[in-house]
Design a binder for this molecule. Structure first.
Ligand SMILES: Cc1cc2nc3c(=O)[nH]c(=O)nc-3n(C[C@H](O)[C@H](O)[C@H](O)COP(=O)(O)OP(=O)(O)OC[C@H]3O[C@@H](n4cnc5c(N)ncnc54)[C@H](O)[C@@H]3O)c2cc1C
Length: 521
């Protein structure tokens, strides 16, 4: 082992591998000697799904030197403002949003207290606390064309074509950041001193490095097959273990493009619907313990017909993807770190996989100078952090199911049973009957799901907290502030609705002339 980990070898050229390569290579001046090699099989294609990101992707793209205009133009990307949930609470066609913008005034005042206690009529929580509700409902873009690259009027992430995105990341890494790309199959892993990996045997020869990043997808060649680190199955909490995926053209190329991921619950899971510029990505996630592939395929066809898919798209055979919901007991073992599907995967609800890749790769990049000195203590810290993040993801996803009042299938009833509920979530739900989630519920400043996310899901799903803001000190002044924030949300909602373009209109303008350039910082 050299003083610092100078040569990082990444196994896998899917989104996880290429994002990791870009994030590490963008961090280090070439003169430091930190060198990144990515080896990927010419015979095993990347999984090719994973088309919804979080707003964090904007700062990742900026940092690795990709222009937003180029990204939107080449990846058929669209701007995602959150998720629209349908049929999750009762199955009667009800809708709620989990938008990316925080509730107004979130750092100072908990508007959820006043929404729960208040007199706001039938208006939903999201509608009352953020103007983003209005833009999502009307399919408007989160910014105008003259707003510079990566800046926003309303917070947004992306929907993207996964294949085109991996290609763009590859070109950027190789041509701008000096990453070495090897197209070869890895056939054997060689172990050296103290169980560290010494080299990978490939069809192009031996590749050796100081640190190995396992981005080999669900096959998990290094952390799973080589080191035998087990998967901690989450099947008893999150039942879904199958997905059926399709690409669906728009019936009319000028059709409106949704600015949210649509997640529509069905009897044994849910359908995702993601609008790209030239097509939709649609699929069904389901539990094989509760439904078979044939019945879900039929349900997916019914969904496609109901959402105006062309007849030939309805008839095509979807691609089946099988997975064991869970995450590794450890993500960092010896001189190997797992990032992406090799580290774990639970269903794509709330699209938490790519953001976890971004977070893991950023953390790894920060640690690189310390690795030669004390890799095992870094590994322990990394494992603790990411185990905590996985637990939060599981808990937050389970919230969507645990709060459902659907009784139309065994799937939904079992999801509501106490035996399938993580302990931490059960306790929080008890607390939140009497107070609304807020900053005290966040254990990290960079929490993946801040209290605001819990609020959107809880109150969107019909949960209520018995709070009495009238007993707070300075109650009148606080209530007055809450009223003015609620008014401000409505005022901004009207203003944005007048001035923001339709989502497709903005994307057409980006295609023709691009976003304004960013001002130098
Ligand atoms: C149905 C579904 C929907 C999803 N939706 C979302 C979403 O909306 N948002 C989100 O954030 N995430 C989503 N995900 C997760 C997302 O797809 C993945 O996190 C992402 O694509 C990263 O995959 P990966 O790079 O880890 O693996 P892969 O894309 O599978 O890449 C594996 C790589 O390893 C290489 N490899 C394998 N074996 C060898 C070998 N022997 N030698 C050399 N190379 C090898 C392959 O060639 C390939 O390049 C979804 C996942 C599924 C299943």
């Amino acid at each position: 082992m050299t003083e610092t980990a100078k040569h990082i070898v990444i196994l896998g050229g899917g989104t996880a591998g290429w994002l990791t390569a870009n994030i590490i290579a963008a961090e280090y001046d070439p003169d430091t000697g930190v060198q990144v090699t990515l080896v990927e099989s010419p015979n095993t294609p990347p999984i090719g799904v994973g088309e919804g990101t979080w707003p964090s992707m904007r700062s990742t793209l900026l940092k690795i030197g990709i222009s937003e205009t180029e990204f939107v133009q080449t990846c058929s990307a669209t701007l995602k403002q959150g998720t629209r949930f349908e049929n999750w609470a009762t199955g009667d066609g009800e809708v709620y949003y989990h938008p990316f913008s925080l509730p107004h005034g979130f750092s100072d005042l908990n508007l959820a207290d006043y929404w729960n206690a208040g007199d706001l009529g039938d208006r939903s929580f999201a509608e009352c606390v953020t103007p983003q509700y209005a833009t999502c409902e009307r399919g408007l873009a989160p910014k105008q064309i003259q707003v510079p690259e990566y800046a926003f009027t309303l917070n947004y992430g992306y929907h993207l074509d996964a294949g085109k995105f991996a290609h763009l990341l590859k070109t950027n890494a190789v041509t701008k950041l000096g990453v070495t790309h090897v197209l070869a199959d890895v056939s054997k892993v060689h172990a050296g001193a103290e169980g560290n990996i010494s080299s990978l045997e490939t069809s192009a020869g031996l590749i050796s490095g100081d640190l190995y990043v396992d981005c080999s997808g669900l096959s998990s060649l290094l952390i799973g097959s080589h080191y035998g680190v087990p998967l901690s199955s989450q099947r008893d909490t999150l039942f879904n273990d199958r997905a059926l995926a399709l690409q669906v053209p728009y019936a009319d190329p000028a059709d409106a493009i949704a600015t949210t991921t649509k997640a529509t619950a069905h009897q044994a899971g849910w359908f995702w619907d993601i609008g790209l510029q030239h097509r939709r990505g649609v699929g069904a996630v389901f539990s094989s313990r509760h439904a078979d592939e044939t019945s879900i395929t039929q349900a997916l066809q019914t969904y496609l017909r109901a959402t105006n898919a062309p007849a030939e798209a309805v008839e095509q055979s979807p691609r089946l993807i099988e997975f064991e919901p869970g995450y590794r007991h450890r993500f960092w073992e010896k001189n190997c770190v797992a990032i992406g599907l090799s580290a774990g995967f639970v269903e794509p609800l709330e699209a938490s996989a790519l953001v976890l890749v971004e977070l893991s790769a950023r953390r790894l990049a920060e640690y690189i100078p310390r690795l030669g000195v004390n890799m095992q203590s870094v590994a322990a810290t990394f494992n603790e952090e990411f185990t905590g993040r996985w637990r939060q993801i599981i808990e937050f996803l389970k919230l969507h199911y645990a709060l459902s009042q659907r009784t139309d299938s065994r799937y939904w009833l079992e999801h509501q049973s106490a035996s399938s509920m993580p302990n931490g979530l059960e306790q929080k739900l008890k607390d939140w009957q009497f107070r609304c989630p807020w900053h005290q519920d966040e254990s990290r400043v960079d929490e993946m799901f801040p209290a605001a996310s819990y609020q959107y899901v809880l109150y969107g799903m019909g949960f209520s907290s018995a709070v009495q803001p009238s007993i707070y000190r300075n109650a009148q002044a606080r209530a007055q502030k809450a009223r003015s924030l609620f008014d401000e949300v409505q005022r901004q909602g009207r203003q944005f609705t007048q001035h923001l373009p339709a989502h497709r209109q903005l994307l057409d303008a980006v295609g023709q002339r691009g976003f304004a350039e960013r001002h130098p910082q």
